[in-house]
Design a protein around this ligand. Sequence first.
Ligand code: ZN
Length: 122
Amino acid sequence: MSDDLQQRLDKAEWVLKNSGFRHCDIPACNCGSWHQVGGYRARFDEINEAVEEAGFSTNGRTLLDAVKDMAEKYNDAQNLIRQLMEQPVIEDTLYGRLARFRSKLPWAYELWVRKHLPGTNC
Ligand SMILES: [Zn+2]
């Protein structure tokens, strides 16, 4: 095989691999060709998994609705954190703020503690 042809084949293979194709390694298929494993479907599945892992069920609902819920919860958490931090300290103790944070958004509280107070139990 000429160097030029080999270079062209290498380039074609690189393009296929970077477009989400993998050389067939399924014994039952054995087509010797390429299967599309990446692309939109894989990206879609990744989002689906991440949403489920974050505790937002898609059971009986669309993925878009679950993502909207997640965004709403995130905004709620942001607003609550802002409120808690803007309140004058004199009105409340830090412990009281954290306790309210924990009771209103336990999942966000857990993430916050893990980030800001590592090694502490919630
Ligand atoms: Zn195949």
